[in-house]
Ligand binder design. Structure first.
Ligand code: UDP
Length: 326
């Protein structure tokens, strides 16, 4: 039985990856410090003999007994609100955290796949973004802690590949959505749906002309799974090229939820990228991958998930602050 370690395993993407690898017949070890992850995302796996959970911070020394075939490094705060609140942890998990994973991978002779991001392109001057574009990142802006950590993470991963001959994979993830996103993580989709469910107006930042391209989580997981099993060590974009302005997106959510509320304008956050759309030619050619789930279908499933949560979730204080150490 193949054994996989998934850091950030209790998070939105990490927990979906746990599900996928369990389904594929792997022994899964999920590691998470539960700062932004939520144990409830993986609760349904605890009874399985092929599933283990380590409540641990990957930025500290990690020990895993037994063999490991794969390590997927998905631990990181991933929403602008989160990494503004915990900037140092964000930098550490993208630097010390991946260093620990790479060291462990050498000892275990495991293959490492890292979760990188479209944020490595910053506020892109090239559109759509292909993997050869080096990006336009402000290192000292509010997003710098995330963007630069992820860029460093790619650099150190590539160095272990070229210097130590370690097997490595790099996925650049574009905006992804689906069940288990945190209602209060500040991202646009849970923000809009949460507002609609509470009967509040939907907050569009800036004039709403900025664009994003939203990928449904199952499509993303499929792309990651194929990349892991491929022999390609350079970065691969995985995302849905269906681009939409945030204003139009708000209108779609109003229609989907049937809310009587309207869009209202709030200030645009600093360094908010103006446009974002993945060029997925490489994923198509190398992995034979492209997204299958339409936005209408994905949003419907996601809305049903948020609607099914207990009502108090909607009003819960914003943050798992008690876990955050200075
Ligand atoms: N946004 C918005 N209203 C919100 C939250 C976000 O208009 O309540 C905008 C945000 O300014 C950005 C886009 O939606 O332009 C996507 O934001 P998100 O935080 O989801 O992710 P990003 O792609 O910026 O990392």
């Amino acid at each position: 039985m193949k054994r996989v370690l998934i850091t950030g395993g209790a998070g939105f993407l990490g927990s979906h990856l746990c599900d996928r690898f369990i389904k594929e017949g792997y022994h899964v070890i999920a590691m998470d410090n539960l700062i932004t992850g939520d144990i409830r995302n993986i609760e349904h796996l605890f009874h399985l003999p092929t599933f283990e959970f380590y409540h641990h911070d990957v930025s500290k020394f990690i020990h895993v007994s037994g063999d490991l075939d794969y390590i997927l490094h998905f631990a990181s705060p991933a929403s602008p609100i989160d990494y503004l609140k915990i900037p140092i942890q964000t930098l550490k998990v993208g630097s010390l955290g991946i260093h620990n994973c790479l060291g462990l991978a050498r000892v275990k002779n495991a293959r490492v796949l890292i979760a990188s991001t479209s944020e490595v392109y910053g506020d892109p001057a090239v559109h759509p973004q292909n993997e050869d574009y080096w990006g336009n990142v402000n290192p000292v802006g509010p997003r710098g802690v995330y963007d630069e950590a992820k860029r460093f993470q790619e650099a150190i991963t590539m160095a272990y590949h070229t210097y130590h001959g370690l097997e490595t994979r790099i996925v650049r993830i574009f905006n992804t959505y689906g069940p288990r996103m945190r209602l209060n993580d500040g991202r646009v989709l849970p923000a809009f749906i949460g507002q609609a469910l509470r009967g509040e107006d939907l907050t569009v930042f800036g004039d709403g002309s900025q664009t994003r391209s939203f990928c449904y989580v199952d499509d993303l997981v499929e792309g990651i799974y194929r990349l892991l099993l491929s022999d390609y060590a350079y970065p691969v974009n995985i995302g849905n090229p269906g681009e939409i302005t945030i204003r139009e997106f708000g209108e779609e959510i109003i229609k989907l939820t049937g809310t009587k509320q309207k869009l209202i304008v709030k200030p645009l956050p600093t360094d908010d990228p103006k446009q974002r759309r993945p060029d997925i030619t490489r994923a198509q050619q190398i992995l034979g991958w492209e997204p299958k789930v339409s936005r209408a279908e994905g949003l419907r499933i996601t809305y049903d998930y948020f609607r099914s949560l207990p009502e108090e979730e909607l009003y819960k204080a914003a943050y798992h602050r008690e876990f955050v150490k200075k």
